[in-house]
Design a binder for this molecule. Structure first.
Ligand code: PLP
Length: 431
């Protein structure tokens, strides 16, 4: 099994790349330049090994069975919970496993829907919605943090409102102060936009929500892999993050909650493993986190995700952030200097960002740009990146997105910039 790299103040992606077997892949005649980490990041060997090791030596059902393997699997599973909870500065009981961030956000929306139907008893009444109550999101949501709230509004008669963004993609805090008010029951927003890379003003939004007595839900999918994340310090009530974006496996995500909020929230999925007593008429539920973990859990994925956060921890999230800030500047400065490129969310300097940039090439469709780059071994994301309302706001239907991770080198960014500078000429745009 490969060991995690030693912690150092700076991060050397050239050395790290050896930990990521897929980065040796060639695409046709070209070495792979992987700039699609915001969609799915690559996994170090230690993550792959952790899953394989579990499957080859301890695979078994957790929290059931009296045999040795079951006990070992349960211990590894709960150790993984403690490791991943620790990564976001939470207690293990505050971390619920889900199959991903989408599942976590739906869990909250359906749990609140259940509370609105009177489920969860007295404790859950604080979540119950009625006609006229308001849910607030931003214009820059990933669909995963939008559609569950649309559905919840439709089921309960609540009204869904949104906070607009400025032309430069930053959240309009004056609009936020106008939208969040005494009818607001929930404010859901992204820590980092998956299109713009902008780190949103969590403290300001949480303060507005708290003043209104509203619940806060943070989508931390695009921050957890890139910067130190202390969820209790951010003072949000609930948050989600996604394993496959933070060097971990697919089909695993974290759903974090403040202890008193999780205690009071009724379950969404029900069934095995989340109960104390069941009769033919009713069931009594376990406390969190098990109350929210009905059915067989993604055990090897949880163990893989724990290996991923150990890998990131060993690098040091400060070092990760410093490295990615360098890449982000090079990426954005480089794109700005290419004629005919419009950077989305080109907000003034001084705004914190992760190493991610989406752009439009004048006269060339995003999909053509993607194919042009792919022919040179460069993997980027094209389309609306599951953020149609934001693209609409910016006057586009699609864009090209390049995104980095710990293993991305300056040479990757330069290779990408060099290729992008040839796109318009290749397609005869601007003639
Ligand atoms: N939220 C954001 C900001 C994302 O970027 C993504 C993934 O693209 C999601 C939510 C959905 O995450 P998952 O794939 O874990 O469901």
């Amino acid at each position: 099994m490969t060991t995690a790299p030693p912690r150092s103040a700076t991060l050397d992606p050239e050395t790290l790349r050896g930990d990521f077997p897929i980065l040796a892949t060639r695409v046709g005649d070209s070495p792979l330049v992987y700039l699609d980490s915001a969609a799915t990041a690559q996994r170090p060997q230690s993550v792959i090994d952790a899953e394989v090791s579990f499957l080859t030596s301890a695979n078994s059902a957790v929290h059931r069975g009296a045999h040795t393997l079951a006990a070992e699997a349960t211990e590894l599973f709960e150790d993984a919970r403690a490791a991943v909870a620790g990564f976001v500065h939470a207690a293990p009981e505050q971390l619920v496993w889900t199959s991903g961030a989408t599942a976590g956000l739906n869990l909250v929306a359906y749990a609140i829907g259940n509370a609105s139907l009177g489920r969860g008893g007295e404790a859950a009444r604080r979540f119950a919605l009625a006609a006229g109550d308001e849910l607030v999101v931003t214009e820059s949501e990933h669909h995963a943090n939008l559609i569950p709230w649309q559905e919840l509004a439709a089921r309960t008669g609540a009204r869904l409102r949104h906070i607009t963004v400025h032309d430069d993609g930053t959240i309009d805090l004056e609009a936020a102060a106008a939208v969040i008010g005494e009818r607001t029951r929930l404010v859901a927003f992204p820590h980092v936009s998956n299109v713009l890379g902008i780190v949103n003003p969590v403290a300001e939004l949480v303060a507005l929500a708290k003043a209104a007595g509203a619940l806060t839900v943070l989508d931390a999918c695009q921050s957890a892999p890139h910067l130190p994340l202390d969820l209790p310090a951010l003072d949000v009530d609930l948050a989600v993050f996604s394993g496959h974006k933070m060097l971990g496996p697919n089909a695993i995500g974290g759903f974090y909650g403040r202890a008193d909020v999780l205690e009071a929230l009724p379950p969404f999925l029900t069934g095995g493993s989340m109960i104390t007593t069941v009769t033919l008429d009713e069931a009594e539920y376990l406390p969190p986190p098990q109350r929210f973990e009905a059915g067989t859990q993604p055990v090897s994925q949880a163990i893989g995700l724990a290996a991923a956060v150990r890998y990131l921890d060993a690098l040091g999230m400060d070092a990760v952030q410093a490295h990615e800030t360098l890449l982000e500047r090079r990426l954005r400065d480089g794109l700005r200097s290419v004629p005919g490129i419009r950077l989305l969310g080109d907000a003034p300097e001084g705004i914190d960002r992760v190493a991610l940039a989406a752009f439009d090439v004048d006269g060339v469709h995003a999909h053509d740009v993607g194919q042009f780059l792919d022919a040179r071994g460069i993997a980027v994301r094209v389309g609306h990146h599951c953020a149609q309302p934001l693209h609409r706001r910016l006057g586009l239907t699609a864009s090209v997105r390049a995104s980095a991770s710990v293993y991305t080198t300056v040479a990757d960014i330069d290779e990408f910039l060099d290729a992008v500078s040839g796109v318009r000429a290749y397609f005869g745009a601007g003639r």
